[in-house]
Design a protein around this ligand. Sequence first.
Ligand code: 2AM
Length: 484
Amino acid sequence: MSKADIGLIGLAVMGQNLVLNMNDNGYGVAVYNRTVQKMTDFIEGPAKGRDTIYGTQTIEELVSMLKRPRRVMLMVKAGEVVDHFIEQVLPFLEEGDIIIDGGNSHFPDSNRRAKTLAEKGILFIGAGVSGGEEGARRGPSIMPGGNEKAWPAIKDIFQDISAKTETNEACCDWVGNDGSGHYVKMVHNGIEYGDMQLIGEAYQLLKDGLGFSYPEMHEIFSKWNEGPLDSYLIEITRDILNFKDEDGVYLVEKILDSAGQKGTGKWTGISALDLGVPVTLIGEAVFARCLSAIKDERLEASKILSGPGVKFEGDKQSFVNDIEKALLFAKIISYTQGFMLMREAAKENSWTLNYGSIALMWRGGCIIRSAFLGKIKEAYDKNPELKSLLLDDYFKDVVLESQGALRRVVAKAVELGIPVPTLSTSLAFFDGYRSERLPANLLQAQRDYFGAHTYERLDKPRGQFFHTNWTGKGGNVSSSTYDV
Ligand code: 2AM
């Protein structure tokens, strides 16, 4: 009976494709779905003729088919449904068996599940899986974290089914304890929001600022995809810009400009705020989607609030080259911020994260896959303790070389009245990050003035706090004893 290498619960399209992918790689898979009809449709449809994919009608039957240690993977809707299935599976498992959650779970849930299951002797893995349907079928990026004791038992399956880089390295490696796999996946999605918003801003500059046609923009993106911006998202944008509806009109022109979101970008922003890390670019990308979503209000405002009415004058080609460099610059800032966030989360949660291997996992299979991630891996391979990507020689040179282009692009966008929230925040971050002094001295003075919050001084050692009676009227009591 025990003949399947792994059991998979949840036969929506991601689940089905992972099963087929595992089976292509020689693994026997037992499958189950709440709605049993979906299981039979799968067995008689996409899985037809594969005699090592086993359809099961109950969870008990599914578990009974598994080799030990039993590996049960959940590909179900994130949230309570995951807990519900864990409860259903548990009575049939024994110590040392493994539950893998491959859905888009929020990392605090995975932290909790890893802990409560460990108490029961069950090894929990929270694995971020990226790459969409096609990735799941042909090779996704997989970011597994949780109970490390389970890793040897799932390593081969996961690395076999994952995407590979050009040098045949698997885009799947051990991430770290607890919910760190889902955390890294969340940051991946946040970065995806940023990359997409940056491309959107470039598109609006090309279309509304420079007046390029769709075939011209298609050409520009084709060229960009052959340079340092070479990536999946640039590639699909190139193709989208060339895609005509049945009536010959470019389809993207007809799509309502109101963006949806499922929450992972927002979670990244919330985590950044919680940890106090300036992940400004992803934050702007999330808010840009929110602004797009109030379409009706914008429509009303557009009739009342006019812009500068300025037209682009100058050399279009050189501006296109500037946009390319500006995109690269901003992308470096975004990834710098994302890795800063992961470092802080690792500190906070006592995770040991390997940043080079995270870059490698994102190198292929997932939505943000790009040539650029190879450079990030090199930077962390050179110095695993690298504080910031901007301090790496390669990235330092690129940002120093391209900052002029970004400044011209942002300045021109401001003149033209084209919103570039992510491009401009990347510049603001850069200018702040490279500043020895920021105006926070004044801010500290204000805080001390109105709230006796105290300040440290440049001419005294750190850790000594001072309070000044700014008006001569307030007391000398500082907020350590008196808080307004
Ligand atoms: P279904 O096919 O029976 O709807 C992705 O939606 C997967 O999660 C599907 O396998 C789906 O099962 C499952 N799922 C979604 N909501 C569920 C719920 N409330 N209980 C059990 N399974 C659920």
